[in-house]
Design a protein around this ligand. Structure first.
Ligand code: AMP
Ligand code: FE
Ligand code: FE
Ligand code: ZN
Length: 280
């Protein structure tokens, strides 16, 4: 069983449409794939149809943008009720804030570069969760940077004068909202210092006390020492350990199935989740 529990489609900042992502999962030899777009479930329906057609099991999920101790935190939610009011309202608020923030970043960039909001619209589908990757694609199309990675280490980096933060709920509160929605909360790439500052272990302990189910230990943004430390923390706190690709299609080097999750772990996640895994 090959299980990849973290991927993004064009419903957020991935480049594959949801059905295409499921087709890619089949080609990559995956048995199970989770669709975890940032702050949205709008890719679920299309992915579910493709999952049944192609025989790749689908875990319906999302990656909730959060903050803790002034640090950006990503919380994966699996198998939750997409209509649960608390979680739904936070998702709407975050997507709105992301849109405002992207417009503000384009405003700042447009002082020095020939970049307009129309360029960003060209790189994103209507209704998508807007993020810096869409701005990166617009900058690539204009020829200012070679690819997304180059944009993230220069114009779009957190330390850049063009960078603007956005609202996101507190991570401990988000864990409670996910549980209240019947979802299973797993902290994404908890020790990925290559992405910027990470939270101290004390925040993970608070999240565990609030109902966190697991830690995504096996992720390309973790080195061996970070995996070892997070494995130990997971054992100490009684948390599940997952592994996944964080696939974003063509925009990032992450390949489907490059890290995977054990079948026993998925069984626990499914037992705790409100929704079932979509399977033929
Ligand atoms: P945002 O949530 O808008 O601040 O943008 C962060 C998102 O950008 C993350 O979810 C990643 O998917 C993506 N990202 C971060 N670093 C890179 C990178 N070096 N190359 C491509 N995409 C990246
Ligand atoms: Fe992303
Ligand atoms: Fe993430
Ligand atoms: Zn992700």
């Amino acid at each position: 069983m090959r299980i990849d529990l973290h991927t993004h489609s064009s419903a957020s900042d991935g480049t594959d449409a949801p059905a295409h992502l499921v087709a890619q999962a089949a080609l990559a030899g995956l048995d199970v794939v989770a669709l975890t777009d940032h702050d949205t479930t709008r890719g679920w329906a299309e992915a579910a149809v493709a999952s049944l057609e192609l025989g790749v099991d689908l875990v319906r999920g999302a990656e909730i943008s959060c903050r803790a101790a002034g640090v950006s935190v990503h919380l994966l939610s699996y198998l939750h009720d997409p209509e649960s009011p608390g979680l739904l309202a936070e998702g709407e608020r975050t997507r709105e804030a992301r849109l405002e923030r992207a417009r503000e970043m384009v405003e700042r960039l447009s002082v020095d570069f020939a970049l307009t909001w129309a360029d960003v619209e060209e790189q994103s589908e209507p209704g998508t969760t807007i993020g810096r990757p869409h701005l990166a694609d617009a900058l690539v199309a204009r020829g200012y940077v070679a690819d997304r990675s180059a944009a993230f280490t220069s114009l779009l980096a957190t330390g850049s004068p063009y960078y603007v933060p956005h609202y996101a709920p507190d991570a401990v509160r988000a864990v409670r909202l996910v549980r209240a929605a019947g979802g299973v909360p797993v902290m994404a790439h908890p020790a990925a210092s290559v992405r910027g500052r990470v939270v101290p272990d004390s925040v993970i302990e608070e999240m565990a006390a609030a109902g966190l189910a697991g830690l995504e230990v096996h992720h390309r943004d973790h080195d061996d020492a970070q995996r070892a430390h997070m494995t130990e923390l997971a054992h100490d706190l009684g948390l599940l350990i997952t592994g996944s690709s964080d696939y974003h299609g063509e925009g990032k080097p992450n390949r489907l199935g490059e890290n995977t999750t054990a079948p026993e772990v998925l069984e626990v996640i499914e037992a705790q989740g409100l929704l079932a895994v979509v399977r033929r």
